[in-house]
Design a protein around this ligand. Structure first.
Ligand SMILES: [Zn+2]
Length: 408
């Protein structure tokens, strides 16, 4: 019988929107792994720490250096469990948790649905590395700003009536402003030339603040985004005029469905997604890196359509024996759920058997985890793979914060 718990060695990528050097929580957490060869280079940007078995940046078993997926494949029934194996038809870990440290806007993006992902993967496997959809959740570890989904139609229309934006309204005006009209507006904004975007942004900046009604943040964010990218970046218009701007705090979470438009702006977050790395980008990145605007707008979903709908509310976790120390974030889909556990010094928690694999990361504090007769030291940045069907108990020896992604 294989072991049930493996401490992992993870790594971080260097996308240019990441925080620099030790400012990046993702990099700091990676560097905390005992005996790791990961060293922070203070001149580099560190964006995403990946935990799991996606081939681009896989995790390794700390003790033996084996690729985690190889260990899972060799012991699939024990570690993943029959039910999960049957559900997905393979022993690849079906979810991918990450820690993101965001210094500036990520590309304005969506992750294609299963049907489009399968098509793109077949045509262009080097850019679309798998046929799967990629719904995701983002959980704030502190202050977190994000653009997520669309504002209510009435709010968007009110902004479009501002003189500099009227050019983006559909020409053959229909009787009411619908999602179909919104799609045309997004397309027009994405197709606008550098000159038109820059000119529009300049004109918006000259409007009095009252002109923006409830959306006065636009005047603060416009120069900020223009500095991060450029006044001519099409993403600025789409994000500021049509999308929900959300300021979240520790413990808040958002859910992005497949085909959902989003762009994260700043903060440290835990993210979890279905096993996929497919993305369509259309703004907040150089023109050469943008995907087809037609494809992007053709699959756009109009959910969520307000801030409330974008939030993913946590609930009590049924397999927790404590009261209120472990919360469940369950997105409306099947690939994964996430739990967060927070314990103050001396507090204990037991999580009963979960009928599928999980990955646990300690983001703060220290303590101990017991699984059967074995005990494991918990400290900031420690990451574990936990096989299905084992009870795990925890005791904090300092304020302890952990996140655990799992599937059942
Ligand atoms: Zn995304």
């Amino acid at each position: 019988m294989a072991k049930s718990v493996y401490q992992l060695k993870c790594s971080c990528n260097n996308y240019p929107w990441g925080k620099t050097g030790s400012d990046s929580l993702a990099a700091r957490l990676c560097a905390e792994t005992p005996g790791t060869d990961f060293k922070i280079d203070e001149s580099k940007d560190y964006a995403e720490m990946w935990m799991g078995t996606y081939p681009e940046l896989p995790s390794y078993v700390l003790e033996t250096g084996e690729n985690l997926q190889d260990v899972i494949d060799a012991n699939a029934e024990q570690l993943i469990g029959k039910a999960v194996l049957e559900k997905f038809g393979h022993s690849d870990l079906p979810f991918l948790p990450k820690v993101l440290s965001i210094a500036k806007a990520l590309p304005l993006q969506l992750h294609p649905n299963k049907e489009l992902a399968a098509k793109l993967h077949e045509k262009d496997p080097s850019n679309f590395t798998d046929p799967n959809h990629k719904p995701e959740i983002a959980l704030a570890l502190g202050p977190f700003e994000a653009f997520c989904g669309f504002k209510p139609l009435a709010s968007i229309y009110r902004l479009l009536e501002l003189e500099p934006l009227q050019q983006f309204l559909p020409k053959n005006k229909e009787s009411s402003f619908t999602d179909k009209s919104l799609k045309a507006v997004v397309k027009a904004m994405l197709e606008a030339s550098d000159e038109v975007v820059a000119k529009t942004n300049n004109s918006l900046q000259r409007l009095p603040i009252e002109a923006f009604g409830d959306d006065q943040y636009i005047l603060d964010l416009l120069p900020r985004l223009s500095e991060q990218y450029d006044k001519s970046d099409n993403g600025t218009l789409v994000a500021l005029i049509t999308m929900n701007y959300m300021q979240l705090n520790k413990g808040d979470s958002i859910y992005i469905p497949a085909d959902g438009i989003h762009a994260y702006l700043s903060g440290d977050i835990i993210e979890c997604m279905a096993r996929s790395n497919n993305v369509l980008n259309t703004g907040f990145c150089p023109r050469a890196e943008r995907n087809s605007i037609d494809m992007f707008t053709s699959v756009l979903t109009f959910t969520p359509h307000n801030i409330e709908e974008a939030l993913l509310k946590p609930e009590q976790f049924a397999l927790s024996t404590s009261k209120g120390k472990t919360l469940l974030y369950a997105p409306p889909m099947s690939e994964f759920n996430m739990i967060s556990t927070e314990l103050v010094e001396g507090e204990k928690e037991t999580i009963e058997k979960i009928a599928g694999p999980s990955i646990l990361i300690v983001t703060q504090g220290k303590g101990e985890m017991k699984v059967g007769e074995e005990s494991f030291t918990l400290a900031e940045g420690f990451v574990f793979f936990i096989g299905q069907g084992v009870e795990t108990s925890f005791q904090a020896s300092g304020h302890l914060q952990m996140f655990r992604a799992f599937v059942e």
